[in-house]
Design a protein around this ligand. Sequence first.
Ligand code: DHB
Ligand code: MG
Length: 225
Amino acid sequence: FLEIQGSVMDHASTLAYLGRYLDHALRNSIDKGLPMIAMSPIQGKFSSMLVTLSSARHVLEIRTLGAYSSIWLARHMKGRGTITSLEIDPHRRDVAIENLQFAGIKVPDEVDVQLGAALDILPRLRSEIASGQRPLFDFVFIDADWGNQGRYFEYAVELTSKGGVIYVDNAVRNLVENGMPKDGQSEEDVDNLVKQVGLDGRVDAVVLQTVGAKEYDGFLLAVVK
Ligand code: DHB
Ligand code: MG
């Protein structure tokens, strides 16, 4: 916890306006009993830069948690677009809204936190897009239960505009911990996200390993063709 606080404070010196809100979001999330699995500050900065680089206007985030990442993304979008963020847990949703509002972010205009299981909400978003009620997303950030990464990815491809970006957090640890062949199995016997995405001709993708405040992990980054 102290380490995380410390690195937020380092970032606060270069991003003074944001550091205070991120600091509050982490502290309030801890006080309210949320798990400490938010992204690291460097990851927050990096993913918000990706949103800027891809000129994304409509961002979908699968799992809000305490909105730590949503605050990073929203402040970098500077009114350029909207974030739709899905959260299954009502208490986490409430804490997320407190943290967003403390950061001066308008809920739901700038960040719309939708309560429910992503696998229930995603088909509804797909219908809303199909009927012209909402635009395609151009950045999808998947950071939810690892066992469903592949299903979320499948929806993300359908919901994302051409040239849009899909970012899957924890793709490397999920692969190493859950996606490798066990004794007596071969590569053909296992299903994992990396294999799924590699075989998906609709996207161009890369997996990058990272070492940082959250130790060893990595993410998958895909661009929709
Ligand atoms: C953990 C880290 C994450 O980024 C996440 O989304 C879930 C769990 C972890 O360190 O356990
Ligand atoms: Mg994560």
